[in-house]
Ligand binder design. Structure first.
Ligand SMILES: *[C@@H]1O[C@H](CO)[C@@H](O)[C@H](O)[C@H]1NC(C)=O
Ligand SMILES: *[C@@H]1O[C@H](CO)[C@@H](O)[C@H](O)[C@H]1NC(C)=O
Length: 451
């Protein structure tokens, strides 16, 4: 009796449960509940799609990295091949051995009587230090006031200061007479960066008197394209008090750099004051003559003014190849031929090769240096063969050193300096004062070490 009763109650409870649940599920949920369900569903979908996007992004980045690594490998291989080929061609074509001497240098010019061991060791150390200076530094802002080069020559290089003056509405042409601190205060940001190198290869700073004594008796012939004209302008700005007469890059005359008689050492007085001349030859070719039309039309693509016939008047030749593209083989062979011919004709002339610097895309909008050099992917994508400049600089280094010359590598120093280019169409050259002012420090350092 009791058991049936209990069974009856259980059945009833079960039936009630079924009915209740059916009602619960059949009836639509309340508005509030449905909103909640929709929200969680949406959140879930969004979360999932975000996750997917994140995964895709990670996959893309991994792929980019992989591609970049492949490009790095490809570029490294191409660099190595270029160096090896150059070494081989040098061996075939050049009959010099300048492993331990630098002609035109008092420090490393002659092998001393005790054999050349000492020379070899010092020369190796000089090259190691120079390489450390150019490859191990980085640009840092430094607000300590210091003297700034004043630009007084070709107005083109003064463009950034004119832009700044227009911005600040202070049309002050008389700024030559301000104190160093005042000038510093109003100087552009790009001037305030220093190329900080490790202590073992810190770059010495020279003042004008010391710089003059370093280059006393030197006669510089600068042969290259408009990128080297920047060095010409820097030297004039550094040593001259005002503008000098110069009819553009094509027909600029010879300049005397230091008028002051050097009193530091008696024997220096007998030497000639330092001189400099720029000759534009875009390809560093040894063409003997130029069709008269080339001179009339300044915008000719590759201008090759003759220079070898004047070279005997100079004791330091500074070369630079700008952005006038030739394939590796043409570039290599023509440079070997030219270097061979000048080294044969002028066995005691100092040869310096300044590496080509890269251009920067969209330089106008840049306010400060790039935080890191372009990666391989970016280098490969650069227009105008800029991505191949590094390899050709390596080729030039081999050839320069094979004829006992000094290679100054400015490519790495300048590669992040996207700021304060002349701008407009020109993202190759820099305003003066500006990022390229450091070129003088390297030149003076090298000249001081070579003596
Ligand atoms: C290379 O640089 C570009 C631009 O800064 C960047 O978008 C890309 O992710 C870099 N690639 C690698 C593999 O670092
Ligand atoms: C520069 O300043 C000095 C002293 O303040 C003054 O005698 C001289 O005339 C100034 N020169 C110019 C070009 O303004």
């Amino acid at each position: 009796m009791g058991a049936t009763n209990i069974q009856g109650i259980a059945r009833l409870v079960f039936i009630l449960c079924v009915i209740f649940l059916s009602i619960y599920f059949i009836l639509p949920p309340s508005a509030e509940e449905s909103l909640h369900i929709e929200k969680t569903l949406k959140e879930k979908i969004i979360k999932q799609s975000l996750q997917k996007e994140q995964q895709a992004q990670q996959a893309r980045e991994a792929l980019d990295k992989k591609l970049d690594k492949l490009l790095v490998d490809k570029r490294t291989r191409a660099d190595k091949d270029a160096i090896e080929t150059t070494k081989r061609v040098i061996k075939e074509k050049l009959k010099f051995d300048f492993t331990n001497i630098i002609p035109g240098s008092n420090s490393f010019g002659k092998i001393n009587k005790n054999g050349n061991n000492n020379n070899a060791k010092r020369l190796k150390e000089f090259k190691r230090k120079l390489e450390c200076m150019t490859s191990k530094g980085r640009w840092e802002i430094d607000h300590t006031p210091r003297p700034i080069i004043k630009h007084k020559q070709d107005p083109l290089y003064g463009k950034c200061d004119r832009r700044l003056e227009n911005q600040n509405n202070n049309n002050n042409n008389n700024y030559y007479n301000y104190s160093m601190e005042h000038e510093w205060q109003f100087a552009r940001e790009s001037v305030k960066y220093v190329w900080r190198t490790p202590e073992e290869c810190s770059i010495p700073k020279f003042n004008i008197e010391k710089a003059c004594s370093i280059i006393y008796g030197k006669k510089f012939l600068l042969v290259g394209d408009i990128l080297l004209f920047q060095l010409h302008e820097l030297l004039l700005d550094y040593f001259k008090d005002g503008p000098v007469q110069c009819y553009g890059e094509i027909a600029c005359k010879e300049h005397i750099l230091c008028k002051i008689e050097n009193n530091e050492e008696g024997n220096v007085k007998q030497k000639q004051p330092p001189k400099m001349k720029f000759i534009r030859n875009d390809l560093i070719s040894n063409r003997k003559n130029v069709p008269i039309d080339d001179i009339k039309f300044v915008d000719v693509k590759n201008l090759e003014l003759p220079w070898i016939s004047y070279a005997y008047k100079f004791n330091v030749l500074i070369f630079n190849k700008g952005h006038h593209w030739q394939d590796d083989e043409t570039f290599r062979n023509s440079l070997i031929e030219v270097m061979n011919s000048i080294r044969t004709k002028f066995p005691n002339t100092l040869i310096i090769y300044k590496s080509t610097t890269l251009g920067h895309l969209n330089c106008e909008s840049a306010k400060k240096p790039l935080s890191s050099p372009p990666n391989a992917t970016e280098l490969e994508a650069l227009p105008y063969h800029w991505g191949e400049i590094h390899r050709q600089n390596l080729i030039a280094k081999e050839i320069t050193e094979a004829v006992g010359g000094v290679f100054i590598d400015l490519e790495n120093v300048m590669i992040t300096r996207i700021d304060d280019h002349i701008g407009g169409q020109d993202c190759l050259r820099w305003c003066i004062p500006g990022p390229a002012d450091i070129w003088l420090d390297f030149l003076f350092y090298v000249m001081n070490e070579l003596k």
